[in-house]
Design a binder for this molecule. Structure first.
Ligand SMILES: O=c1ccn([C@H]2C[C@H](O)[C@@H](COP(=O)(O)OP(=O)(O)OP(=O)(O)O)O2)c(=O)[nH]1
Ligand SMILES: [Mg+2]
Length: 152
């Protein structure tokens, strides 16, 4: 059972020349987002460019969010990852989904119009309300962290 999410097409090439984001297989967690630029573009080594996707979504439910993640092939083979590492889409965001595209490789990368450059995944969210305390009930870990348990 899939969760309905409102989507607006902002670029008419989506839904005509290029399909709407969709799950590629029944078990896919993410759906690919496409580069809806006016022209193909070369992203130079080290450069970060904000790429429009041509769509907006309104998640609406505060117990859900969407995240934009790199595609593993683009990241591993081409060094095309996200300038913000992970993009978080708030449930009340209604603007265009944008992908911060970072070429972390040492080679220029050509991004063609409509290329699938990142992926969108919906996730459950728990909103917290802080309860102020002076002391925590002690845990086994306590304040240990950042590798204090070693690597072996
Ligand atoms: O990769 C991304 C990350 C964010 N957003 C949009 C949706 C998100 O809800 C909004 C704000 O993102 P975030 O809170 O991460 O950025 P900020 O720098 O804190 O901006 P703001 O002050 O608008 O919250 O920008 C994208 O389109 N793509
Ligand atoms: Mg913010």
């Amino acid at each position: 059972m899939k969760t309905p999410i409102e989507l607006k097409i902002l670029d008419s090439r989506i839904g005509s020349e290029f399909p709407l984001p969709a799950y590629a297989t029944p078990g896919s967690a993410g759906m690919d987002l496409r580069a809806m630029t006016d022209t193909a573009m070369v992203i130079e080594p080290g450069q970060t460019v904000l790429i429009p996707t041509g769509i907006a979504i309104h998640v609406a439910d505060p117990s859900l969010a969407a995240v934009i993640l790199p595609r593993s092939g683009m990241g591993h083979k081409n060094g095309i990852v996200l300038g913000n590492l992970v993009g978080l889409i708030d449930s009340d965001y209604q603007g265009q989904l944008m992908v911060s595209c970072w070429n972390r490789s040492d080679k220029p990368f050509t991004l063609d119009i409509g290329d699938r450059l990142a992926q969108l995944m919906f996730v459950p969210v728990v909103q917290a309300e802080f309860t102020l305390v002076d002391e925590f009930n002690s845990s086994d870990r306590g304040e240990g962290g950042f590798g204090h348990s070693g690597t072996k």
